[in-house]
Design a protein around this ligand. Structure first.
Ligand code: HEC
Length: 210
């Protein structure tokens, strides 16, 4: 009977178990586990990035513009365009809650700017005063009577911002009137620096708007 060989004593070469410090076989570089961890994290990040930036993969998100020419056409072309767009932005953050995005105001509370004879006057000296100090008491706008109060913006908006927002309201929603210069707003601000209260329509009617 052959003697039983001890399984743990590696006597034959095919019994040799590869140990950790064995050289890798040529052409088969081992991939470190950290690589898969990093890949997993990268894919997680990419997934999160796409979820928040890809617009839900909705074709309409990208469908709005079809060509570079179309986008070019939307860019402001002149200084007038820039002032109008700046005014639109200021309107959106200061006047919209009351006068509404369509300039129609709110019945019984906030008068319309669209079609308003105050807004469309040849000179903007009255409406510059309204924005600087606010307005209170009875006023007639486009044949309707209002009696409420508008807040002042003297300490919030600069001359240039007031000029832009007035230029905007005079040329939006079908309105068409001359742009308002920064100098004219500066002049009105200086002329009215001692005015601390809101204007009344009666006060403003004493000032020429021609
Ligand atoms: C808190 C609400 C409110 C905000 C904000 C407001 N307004 Fe007014 N606005 C009024 C009210 C109310 C009147 C009428 C006041 C009255 O009855 O005496 C008025 C009147 C006016 C008028 C004259 C009347 C007319 O309809 O033409 C103009 C012009 C005007 N606002 C422009 C602006 C502009 C520009 C802004 C932003 C810079 C603005 N308003 C922000 C409430 C507001």
């Amino acid at each position: 009977m052959k003697p039983k060989r001890d399984k743990n004593s590696p006597t034959r070469p095919q019994d040799l178990k590869p140990s950790d410090d064995t050289e890798p076989l040529p052409g088969k570089t081992p991939v470190p586990v950290i690589f898969f961890v990093a890949l997993g994290l990268l894919m997680l990040w990419a997934g999160l990035f796409l979820t928040s930036n890809a617009g839900g993969f909705n074709s309409k998100v990208y469908g709005a513009y079809h060509s570079v020419q179309q986008l070019e056409a939307l860019r402001p072309k002149s200084d007038g365009d820039k002032i109008f767009l700046e005014g639109k932005e200021i309107y959106g953050r200061t006047c919209v809650p009351c006068h509404q995005p369509n300039g129609a105001g709110v019945a019984g509370q906030f008068p319309p700017l669209a079609g308003s004879e105050w807004v469309l006057a040849p000179k903007a000296d009255r409406i510059a005063r309204i924005v600087l100090n606010g307005l209170q008491g009875p006023i007639s706008v486009s044949g309707t009577d209002w009696n409420n109060a508008m807040v002042p913006w003297r300490d919030v908006l600069t001359d240039s911002e007031i000029a832009s927002v007035l230029t905007y309201i005079r040329n939006e929603w079908g309105n068409k009137a001359a742009p308002v210069s920064v100098d004219s707003v500066k002049q009105v601000r200086g002329d009215t620096k001692d005015q601390s209260e809101a204007w009344t329509a009666a006060d403003l009617q004493k000032i020429s708007d021609q």
